[in-house]
Design a protein around this ligand. Structure first.
Ligand code: B12
Ligand code: SF4
Length: 391
């Protein structure tokens, strides 16, 4: 067994699976190959239920370096005819991976552990070939499944190379979408993105408050994100953007919510109010993250907790990082929005929040106090400190 969820919860798997099951953590290509060749796989990121417990810190082991080639969909169909069922609906975005890993440190994120912090870029020709094989099967919409499409500045050239190759491939009637941090864009990249058919992207800024973005160790500047969004618009981007916000960040309070509203309104001014969909998430505490380590240190969570025991209210309320009174306030706001506008839920949440709390000046959202991130502080130190402009 393997895959994203199995990898995140690999320590809980032995109690749930029959003896002899091989549990794969992270990428599975080399393990599967060794299994098929009947070779020794004991050095792979995996363990066998009932034989020995998983190695200590198994998930932190580095993935085996491999060069990813294009998926052979003809072969896949030969052994799994149902494949075509998944390619029928023209509205579906089919996943294509262009790289693995993310070098960032966002405190709640588990991608950096499962995929690793070392970014491995798949050869652009292989990615284009994989898209071509899907294209020939009628697929016109692609989702780049990367943790981040452009994880850092040094991968901008790779993104450019890939997009140029897509352009030269002649697949001119396609659309693609991805998670984009939007802090590593240039006007040239923006133009390439639009020309190659990007018609949707998600920015996971989590908060429109630079102070909280810094405290979550997300490592980017909200002002740069805004500027890059303006460049995208100028390059002709006229489609949808989903902006992920989580209002249960540690240290969230009225003034940071007001700042997030100011940020959202600025994005709407850039792209058009009907084009920016605020996606309201709530940060869930995931195993192997900085946030989990923080919860252990602060004795909020017991080190032996079971992350899958979400049916136990005393576990669930800790995992859904629920900031007391603020949680209650948000519960009510979300219920009202859901009742009123189930279709435009995110937008409605923003409107109610603005009605109740108001909106900060944009400049305030873009400033942040010069202090350590919140997961380095004791709970009694988590309070508002004077701001300093970080630009
Ligand atoms: C891209 C992505 C999406 C895209 C999918 C787009 C598309 N059309 O494909 C979108 C944005 C739609 C999406 C949505 C959601 N996603 Co998502 N997504 C991902 C992401 C980033 C990559 C998945 C992927 O395709 N990778 C590329 C393939 C090649 O890699 P892979 O699947 O990991 O497979 C490799 C290994 O895992 C292994 N492997 C896989 N299977 C097997 C099987 C065996 C036998 C073996 C040996 C090995 C093995 O080998 C493969 C090759 O190395 C992962 C996080 C991540 N970085 O892994 C989250 C992730 C899968 N998503 C997650 C979640 C929660 C969701 C949502 C529920 C979010 C939400 N609240 O709406 C929705 C659900 C959507 C749905 N209907 O199922 C979670 C799942 C957590 C869990 N506990 O199950 C993940 C793990 C992220 C996380 N930790 O939070 N997602
Ligand atoms: S940039 Fe995205 S994928 Fe990378 S650590 Fe942060 S949240 Fe995770």
């Amino acid at each position: 067994m393997g895959g994203g969820a199995v990898s995140v919860f690999y320590e809980q798997m032995p109690q749930m699976l029959p003896k002899g099951t091989i549990v794969s953590v992270g990428e599975g290509e080399t393990l599967l190959e060794k299994l098929l060749r009947r070779e020794d796989f004991s050095q792979e990121r995996c363990y066998v239920v009932g034989e020995a417990p998983p190695r200590d810190r198994l998930i932190h082991e580095w993935p085996t370096p491999i060069e990813k080639t294009a998926c052979d969909y003809d072969y896949i169909e030969a052994i799994w005819p149902e494949l075509t069922y998944y390619l029928q609906d023209p509205d579906f975005y089919i996943g294509v991976q262009t790289k693995r890993g993310c070098p960032h440190n966002c405190c709640y994120c588990v991608y950096t552990v499962v995929e690793g912090k070392q970014v491995r870029v798949n050869p652009a020709d292989e990615v284009v070939e994989e898209m071509r094989r899907l294209y020939d099967r009628g697929v016109r919409k692609f989702w780049f499944t990367d943790a981040q499409f452009i994880p850092a500045r040094r991968y901008m050239e790779d993104a450019k190379e890939l997009l140029q190759k897509i352009l030269y491939s002649g697949m001119t009637d396609i659309n693609w979408a991805a998670y984009i941090r939007a802090d590593n864009l240039t006007p040239e990249l923006c133009e390439l993105m639009v020309k190659t058919g990007m018609n949707y992207f998600e920015i996971g800024i989590t908060s429109g408050s630079q102070e909280l973005v810094r405290k979550m160790r997300m490592g980017y500047n909200l002002k740069t994100v805004l500027q890059n969004c303006r460049d995208l618009k100028a390059a002709g981007f006229n489609d949808f953007v989903s902006v992920n916000y989580s209002f249960n960040v540690i240290d969230e309070r009225d003034e940071t919510i007001r700042q997030t509203i100011a940020y959202q309104r600025e994005l709407e001014a850039i792209f058009g109010a009907d084009k920016v969909e605020p996606a309201i998430f709530f940060i869930g505490l995931q195993p192997h993250t900085h946030l989990e380590a923080y919860a252990f240190e602060q004795k909020i969570l017991d080190r032996n907790y079971n992350p899958l025991a979400i049916y136990l209210p005393w576990v669930a309320t800790k995992l859904l990082w629920n900031p007391g009174k603020l949680g209650e306030f948000f519960g009510n706001v979300c219920l009202e929005a859901m009742k009123d506008s189930p279709e435009g839920f995110g937008q409605k949440v923003m409107n109610i929040l603005e009605q109740r709390l108001g909106r900060a000046p944009l400049a305030e959202a873009l400033t942040a106090p010069l202090e350590a991130d919140v997961t380095q502080q004791k709970p009694d130190e988590q309070r508002f400190v004077p701001t300093a402009n970080i630009s």
